[in-house]
Design a protein around this ligand. Sequence first.
Ligand code: HEC
Length: 102
Amino acid sequence: MKLSTLLIAFLVVALIAFFAIVPPAFSQDGAATFKAKCSTCHGPEGQGKVGPAVKGTALAADQIADLLTKGNDAKKPPHKKPMASLSADDAKAVAAFVKTLK
Ligand code: HEC
């Protein structure tokens, strides 16, 4: 076997290993989730847009995660209902991220 073939084989294995490990870390990245699913309404810095500001919210992180995963009938849409396509881990991560916004 040529050295270059070995090198390519090694690179392929390394790439597969990389992508096998990285996606879960990505989907729990609160900042990325916020940007993708919340910033249209709450603004990229949580300063508020269509929805109210979430930075400096009085809610605790677990209350935010609950609001997102379970919904709250007393709230206006979209938080009346659980947010679709948001796993419990994503909700926790994004809630923790919201608490970092100041
Ligand atoms: C379609 C627009 C929209 C999207 C998308 C959205 N929100 Fe909201 N959000 C609102 C509105 C409107 C309210 C106010 C609801 C009310 O008070 O009845 C709100 C309220 C909240 C509150 C409560 C703030 C407080 O201090 O009481 C939090 C926390 C929150 N959103 C977090 C999020 C997070 C995190 C995401 C992304 C996973 C998200 N929202 C996505 C519109 C949106």
